[in-house]
Write a protein that binds this ligand. Sequence first.
Ligand SMILES: Nc1nc2c(c(=O)[nH]1)N[C@H]1C(S)=C(S)[C@@H](COP(=O)(O)OP(=O)(O)OC[C@H]3O[C@@H](n4cnc5c(=O)[nH]c(N)nc54)[C@H](O)[C@@H]3O)O[C@H]1N2
Ligand SMILES: Nc1nc2c(c(=O)[nH]1)N[C@H]1C(S)=C(S)[C@@H](COP(=O)(O)OP(=O)(O)OC[C@H]3O[C@@H](n4cnc5c(=O)[nH]c(N)nc54)[C@H](O)[C@@H]3O)O[C@H]1N2
Ligand SMILES: [Mo]
Length: 866
Amino acid sequence: MAYSDSGTAVAGDKDHPANKGRLCVKGASLHETTGQEDGRLLFPVVRGRRTEWAQALDEVAHAIQDSVKTHGPQSVAFYLSGQLLTEDYYVANKLAKGFIRTPHVDTNSRLCMSSAVAAHKRAFGADVVPGCYEDLELADLLVLAGSNAAWAHPVLYQRMKASARDGRRVVVIDPRRTATSELADLHLALRPGTDTVLFNGLLSWLADHGGLDQAYIDAHCQDFDNALASAQAAAPSVESVAEQCDLAPEDVETFYTWFAQTPRTVTGFSQGINQSIAGTDKGNAIINSHLATGRVGKPGAGPFSLTGQPNAMGGREVGGLANTLAAHMDYDSPGARSRVADFWGTGAVADGPGLKAVDMFEAVHRGDIRVIWIMGTNPAVSLPDSARVREALARCPTVIVSDCVAHTDTTDLADILLPAAGWGEKDGTVTNSERRISRQRRFLPLPAEVKPDWWIMSAVAKKLGFGEAFGYKRPADIFREHAALSAHKNNGERLFNLAGLANLSDAGYEALTPVQWPVLKGAGAETEGSTRLFSDGRFVTDNQRARFVAIETRLAAQQTSDDYPLVVNTGRIRDQWHTMTRTANTPRLLTHRSEPYVDMHPDDMVTHQLMEGHLARLRRGDGCYVGRVRKSPEQRRGEVFIPIHWNRQFASSGVATLLTESVTDPVSGQPEAKHGRADITPFRARWHARLLVRRNRPRRWQADYWCQVPLHHSDSWWLAGRQSVDWPASMTEWLGGKAHLVMADAAQGRFRAARLVNGQLEAVLMVDSDPVLIPDASWLDGCFAEAELCDASRRALLAARDVDVEDPGAMICSCFQVGENQIAGAIANGAKSVEALGNNLKCGTNCGSCIPELRDLLAASVRESA
Ligand SMILES: Nc1nc2c(c(=O)[nH]1)N[C@H]1C(S)=C(S)[C@@H](COP(=O)(O)OP(=O)(O)OC[C@H]3O[C@@H](n4cnc5c(=O)[nH]c(N)nc54)[C@H](O)[C@@H]3O)O[C@H]1N2
Ligand SMILES: Nc1nc2c(c(=O)[nH]1)N[C@H]1C(S)=C(S)[C@@H](COP(=O)(O)OP(=O)(O)OC[C@H]3O[C@@H](n4cnc5c(=O)[nH]c(N)nc54)[C@H](O)[C@@H]3O)O[C@H]1N2
Ligand SMILES: [Mo]
């Protein structure tokens, strides 16, 4: 168990069926992100001034009322998040669609899962993941397409890894070699965007090689012939697939053969599939292959969409997506609108589907939407072409933002800010990828004026005159209503059904144990869930047959050109969560990657005259991203990878979404976030610096490039500038007072200065013309904790090299803070395996997500000695 200064502790729940008590490093550090009042949004704020709740609620209600009166309900929009709890989400959906009667309700799940949702609906008739997590272990062939589970689903990845056995094979389909490829028996580093070709090729190969389950196709599916004809046209042979996908024909053939041979095959897919203009087609191309082999909803066999956010699934269940209505009913489901309106006790609901995220923000930009209420998401960072999103928000008459954090790129553009409860302070439920509903229980008090999201919206509803329909006293009231709606006049045509939970008592809700829906019977803790769906081959389309979808090839919309020669792939890093609002203040989580970076193939580095460890500037139009270059033979040539996490609060120009355009999948509306384009040039700086300053001192520096890196005992920044600086003359300003230790080597462009107050370290500045020569700062940070700086530390400061403490090197294991140098030391002393390293240093023994890197280091040492 891990404890924080405030006494909060975090441990996994050994009885939870999904994680069995394992936590990832972000989970294990959660206690370090709670209880900090630093940076929290603690009070309502209206146009820059702190107010009471009563006034803030009035302001929200008036803005909505005025806009509806003058411009109609369609001038109001809600932009929600998969990080809300199901109860929050339910209230938002009901208030917007049922009472304000605007259809414009969408969520960041549009950027995340909407292609998978659309693919499920096309194939199965409902948005359903047929399998469960256990299937990932039972599978004899595990295909991971566009998923870096080792970093993005580390706990699940540990389960996949632990189930390795003789004969179990793993195929990873990803343009870059990722930490997940460690598990791969075959890695297909395909040309980005060509997944439909690969899976079309599989379908036509199966047809040619006796790999179809014709009985299953005949009994349970429809539209097979069209799908096969399209597949044959798009991908007629292994050679054609290999050529289009830029793969070796032998590798394609191996994949197809393994797939054909292995009844227990699971294909897990995530954002490399969804975030594409062919995202829905990619999903259906995968599902086609599973239908063609009869592998859906069986133990160890099925397509498996790996969901991202904690409650992306719960949001889909309440109807958080603009094209859905509520409880898995669509606007055009027969009778749905009046059924929902009756249930809610409102005369009518919104007329039809609303605008999807990207179009919603365009409507804000045009002035059609005049009030937007954003909850639990940071669109000024996460939507494509985020500069335009900022413009839209800046010109919108009323922007309301509910968030836990005071300053984000989005809250900075809000007219009305509402302080929302965060993790640990909220009570409710979430649903995971395998349809399992879990209770999330509050264990921290609500700080200051903070309120849960459901409370805030219910209070606004009362101000709007809808009090009767929003008289909730506690989350259990909302959950029962949500469950009752799912069961209301549901004669089996809607799979999403929580009838068994609709009469849950408050105590039963408190005690609810994790359960998979549908839940048709049972009450209290004794509920009955549903492990796998569609096992009997009966689907929820009109004729109960699954649909094959004919897939044509559609390549990325953002194609490279002479102006923009590089494909920009974007994604996650191991220790950061999204736009960093929750993880950037936890030093432990910044030790793995502390700065925006660019992964690039060594040959491209030569072409573009870039050097490892130096800064480079990616540019598309006015959008620019500056990151540190990392040499990465794992990248394909002509393609770079950048992390999505940095934003305007933590770095001068680290926003990945400035390089991606607002082009979307025509079916799902999901943006093509994995395929931007840009050119690259060295960021030419006269000087590079690292500055460490005691906590909470005013900022006194100016730099063309900066990135904030919070450490345990000090605030710190990476800095770089284009203009030369007279360091001896200006250091007093930078250090916040007189310097006591100074070393200058003008010829080398090297300068070191430190300021002491009463013998204690107050600030350190290290300047160099070559950034690679600036030493790692972790030991320096420790000097801030010394009551008085000893002589050895003083000498070391100037040499900028420590004499007593060993520099641990780049952090590999964040859980136990074990660095590369320590690992190299242990290997030199005879550690030959991941287990031996774990015994010596504990690295890799908690969440295990650094194990691929440990293996790489072990392999590198073997290569070196050979
Ligand atoms: N550490 C961490 N974990 C997270 C999150 C986080 O912020 N941080 N966020 C959570 C959320 S909301 C989500 S949605 C999930 C996302 O989880 P993942 O989808 O696994 O993560 P990503 O890094 O976005 O992208 C996965 C991979 O898609 C590959 N890819 C790019 N283009 C293509 C292509 O054309 N075809 C194929 N086959 N692959 C391609 C990328 O190279 C990348 O390795 O992670 C969840 N987990
Ligand atoms: N280029 C590119 N763009 C991407 C992606 C990509 O891979 N590449 N991935 C996309 C995906 S999959 C996702 S999911 C999105 C994620 O993008 P966002 O959803 O924008 O990112 P977060 O940082 O999770 O934003 C959550 C916000 O909600 C606040 N918050 C947390 N809990 C609560 C709560 O309970 N209530 C309220 N009211 N607020 C809360 C947090 O402080 C934070 O400000 O980004 C998408 N954008
Ligand atoms: Mo996501």
